[in-house]
Each structure stands twice: as C-alpha cells, then as structure tokens.
Ligand binder design. Sequence first.
Ligand code: NAP
Ligand code: MG
Length: 408
Amino acid sequence: MADRIKMTTPLVEMDGDEMTRIIWKMIKDILLTPYIDLNTEYYDLGLEYRNETNDQVTFDSAEATKKYGVAVKCATITPNAQRMTEYNLKEMWKSPNGTIRAILDGTVFRSPIIVKGINPYIPTWTKPITLARHAYGDIYRNTELTAPAGSKAELVITNADGTQTKQLIHEFKGDGIVQGVHNLDDSIGSFARACFNYALDVKQDLWFSTKDTISKIYDHRFKDVFADIYENEYKEKFEVAGIEYFYTLIDDAVARVVRSEGGFIWACKNYDGDVMSDMVATAFGSLGMMTSVLVSPDGVYEYEAAHGTVTAHYYKYLKGQSTSTNSVATLFAWTGALRKRGELDQNKELMDFADKLEQATIQTIEEGVMTGDLARLSTLETKQVVDTETFLLEINNRLKAILMNNKI
Ligand code: NAP
Ligand code: MG
C-alpha cells in the first residue's frame, strides 16, 4: 500500500445509478484504490441526489469537468413517468448526459473493445471503428408542418435589414408534408475540431461523410467547414502523425466501412451518426463492450460506458440473487479517464497502470473467464461464467501478475 500511484490533479468522478453504481464501487474497491491514491472530486449523479439538489449536482459536475479537464461517469437513470413514482421525484429531471453534453458542447466518440472469441458479424473488422456523431441540429431541431392540398410551401430568410430571400419548396396538388432544419457554422466547426483532435489523440485516420451531391448547400457546408479547418489548422499535424483525413459520400462510406478492417474514426452528421452508431455497435457484438467519450472542442474529456444502468440485473441484486453483469465498459471508462489524466499531468505511472488494467481485463476474457452476456457471444471452447464480483477479482489476479512481472 505504501507505494500507491499518486495523482496530482483531481479526476472528476460522476457516480450513477442501479447496477452500474454497484459495479462502480466494486471497481474502485477491487481494482483502483489498492493501487492508486485516487484523487477524485466526487459528484453523486445518482437519481436520489439529483432530485435532492434539483439537478444542481449535474450542472456542478459539468462545470468541474471544464475546470479539471477529465471526468469519468457512471451510467445514470433518465427519468420517465415510471421513475417519477419509483423515486418520488419533484420533477422529471432531464438526461444528465444531455445536460453535460450541452454544457461541454461536445462530440461523442463510441468505440468497441475488441477481444478474441467475440467476433464481429463482419469478419474483416479486426480493429475498432470509432463513430463520431455530431450532436446538434438537423432533424433533431426541426420544424414540421402538414401541407394540405392546394397549399404552397416556401422557404423564407428574413435578413437583419428586413430584406427577404424566398424560395419555393413545393406547390401541393395533393396533401403532403414539409420540414425545416438548420445547423450552425460554429457548431459544425466545433464538431470538426473535436474529430481532428480525437484522430490526432488516438493516431487513426478520420473519415467524414455526408450527401453533398444531393444537398448542394446544406451538406456541402459541412464538407467545406471540415476542409477549411483541416487545411488551416490540422494538415501539418496529421502529416507529422502519419494519419489521413478523407471525405467521401455517405453511401460510398457505408460500402468502404463494411469492406474495411477497421482502425479509423467515422464522423457522421447527427442523424447518420444516430443510425450508424447502432449499426456499428450491433455488428461489433455487444453494448457491454462499447465505450463512449465526450470530447469538447477545447479539449475536455468525459468517459463513460455506452450502456445503461442495467435495471433488470439490479432488481435481481436487490433480491439477493447472483448477478453476472459485464463491467468492462465501465472499467474502460475509468482506464480511459486515468490514462488521459496521466497524459495531461505527465504521470507515466498512471498511464502505465491504465494500460495494464486493460490488458488484464482482456486477458481474463480471452482465457475464458467472463460474464453471462459475453459467454453467450464468445466462440471460445472453454468458458467459465462468473458473477459480477468474481469477474473483477479474476481481473485483479491477472493484474497482480502483470504488475509483478514488470517489477522483475
Ligand atoms: P441497459 O441498462 O443498457 O440494459 C438493457 C439490457 O441490456 C439489460 O437488461 C441487459 O440484458 C443488457 N445489458 C446492458 N448492459 C449490460 C451489461 N453491462 N452487462 C450485461 N448485460 C447488459 O438499458 P435499459 O434497460 O434500456 O435502461 C436502463 C436505465 O439506464 C434507464 O433508466 C435509462 O434511462 C438508463 N440509460 C442510461 C444511459 C447512460 O447513462 N449513458 C444510457 C442508456 C440508458 P439482459 O437483461 O438480457 O441480461
Ligand atoms: Mg439511436
């Protein structure tokens, strides 16, 4: 215990709900505090405390993330009508992820954790594909109307000086529908910078795709903003890092992604990213093996698991029944955050520890010791399904061996 790893800057710790909250504590007790003198600024985003503080704690945790630069977040409940009664809530509080994303103005990057025996549905995908989704505008902020037969729909821009630009959308002979969407150069620019920074961070190529052949002003603007920022701010850095930025049409991108071996970042507009991230996650095999990091344009990072609070397992846990919940994505949220903290503080020991903990986790699964969800997917011949806690203890056995070997 004497030589636990020291941390100079606090890591923002956002605790959460249900089964993931149980896992959170186990990870800290079994795999972190025995090795690290954990320096965290703790925010309890569990639904009870969010309710008690009128959600102020969520805002405070996001502000702290801006201040320190790195956060790790546990999955949290987004309340619905049923949760209102279950937790006796004062209000149907908003999704903490939504609140934090709005404050940090970030882009979400999702990537799969690859292990032998859990094979993607697409056999050529041997390296992870990270999906970057723009989180502002388009159909998520749309205005829609029904257009009755005989009506005329027009697009009107009223300029600051009162002059107008008008364009006919359609003269409706029969009943129909219209939709107005928008985006902002600033938001597209933030998205682009977050993608370029992330690519440099992980040293992987960046692909960006839209439908600019059809949408000659709207999607084309996305393409231009990316191209300008790349030329002016990132081209040289990419050359030094030996990575590439390339733009292609979304349909071409889909074909290339499927034929690829992975190992790149795919940036998508809001809707494309919504759809494609589910496709990529499913094709890689399991939500329990997806990590997610929110990166703000000014270089602030928040790490989390891509799955929810695993409510069904929590109810079993409360009844005293054995659970076999996969903690890998939550554990990798911690290692991601610790490694980034280490990088920013030039704390090599902390970075090494994060690498070794990931190595021990992957080794455990590849040796056939895993939770029930993974056992259902794994093609390994000998598998041992373990409960939630045993899985972490098994990782710890291998971690100890890895750390020991390194000392000799
Ligand atoms: P979920 O927690 O992701 O779980 C859905 C099902 O997927 C589970 O019942 C389980 O299937 C399986 N699963 C997910 N993660 C697993 C893991 N780590 N290990 C083993 N199995 C896993 O989604 P949900 O039930 O729709 O949502 C529950 C709560 O989470 C909701 O209140 C929602 O608001 C919240 N949520 C939070 C976030 C976030 O904070 N980022 C994201 C999504 C949802 P089996 O039951 O078949 O084993
Ligand atoms: Mg979706």
